[in-house]
Design a protein around this ligand. Sequence first.
Ligand code: SF4
Length: 128
Amino acid sequence: MSLEDNLKPSIVLVSPSDLEEEIKKIEEEIKSHEQIDVDFQKKIHEEIDNISKSLSWLKIAESQGVWKSKTCKHVSNDTCNAWNISDPEKLGIPVDVIIFNQDGSKKVSVNKFPGLCITCPLYEPKRA
Ligand code: SF4
């Protein structure tokens, strides 16, 4: 395995709305178990509050990704031309957002998957 292989990034992007749904389910589950110790319930609620606070950061990140996907100069026909994604699944990128080109390159439709743009170091604004 080459040094480059070891340095490949591993990114898992999670939708804030998915997490919110999970939190709601956990809260309902807790309510249905009245026999759980009160202190334990309090502790779980504190944990849920902490997760909810983290969600606000994810929402900000998600909105930044959408904005960058719409204003980056590397986007053409809603597709990012800067990155060639060799193994989308390893990076947590859904296969249905990948554009397969005739030259064998794989590009990402950032219109469908703006999460790619969130922390992208290649972002450059389109010139007017
Ligand atoms: S911000 Fe990065 S990932 Fe997004 S379109 Fe621009 S170059 Fe591609």
